[in-house]
Design a protein. Sequence first.
Length: 185
Amino acid sequence: MNPSSLLVAFDGPHRIATGSLSETARQVSAYLLGNPYAQPLIFDTETGRQVDLDLREVVPTDATTDSPKSKGRPKLGVVAKEVTLLPRHWDWLASQPGGASVTLRKLIERASKDPAPKELQQARATAAYHFMHAVAGNLPGFEEASRLLFAGNIDGLSAAVSAWPGDIGEQVLALARVESLVTPA
């Protein structure tokens, strides 16, 4: 999960929290104080996938979260994996300032920030489907809504989910819309 991702939490058909990781964790923790038998589901709004939060470690809202700065190189969460390229690709990467790793990271960051419209729509449909499957898989019209979602028919999808509980339908549509990813600068 991207640390800057927005999360949304549902208890059954009701949206109970939205925000950053820490905001959502605090909101869900507070909700559970008044509803100890609730079983909230938390989703990453970028991917639509369910997120597990350990709410035992939630810091109270009045506590300071400043931690002393450590010396040395920051932990970036770098993962080493194999990349297979043609020799000419390795030659080109080697000639770039900073070497292959820096160049690949820059290319990936650029591509992930400005994906092609078709790729972006597919990513939004997939995110909406992950969420929809988890919370609405047993609701009437789920299969038809899924077909409309992957066909890119947002108007049809809107009509299909209109009979669902309001928060669920709204969240499906928000995840499905490409413009929902655009955040003001």
